[in-house]
Design a protein around this ligand. Sequence first.
Ligand SMILES: [Zn+2]
Length: 118
Amino acid sequence: MLNYFMHEMSLAINIVEIACQTAKKNSAGRITSIEVEVGKLAGVLEDSLSFCFQAARHKTLAENAKLEIISIPGKGYCKTCNYTFETDTFFTLCPKCQGLAVDILQGKDLKIKSIDVD
Ligand SMILES: [Zn+2]
């Protein structure tokens, strides 16, 4: 559990750092909100990320910023039968042909979508 928490903490610190660099580059006074996309397969607990963000933003330009988390569903693609499907897990069989040759197309990443500044 602690490991998970550490993971979200370092992500939150990263998000705040990137947002602050962007704000400085644009000579912005403060950050009002940060929108992040979190893939369902990224291994990120959204509640923990929000919680860690509250701590990470302390005494930065993002002090009063809101963190908006957009969940991105996982998507797999079967190379055997060309079928695209939604999935909650990395290790999945194709639901159509039970094949193993599945690529994960979407849902693996965490990325900052937008940063609003004043
Ligand atoms: Zn298939």
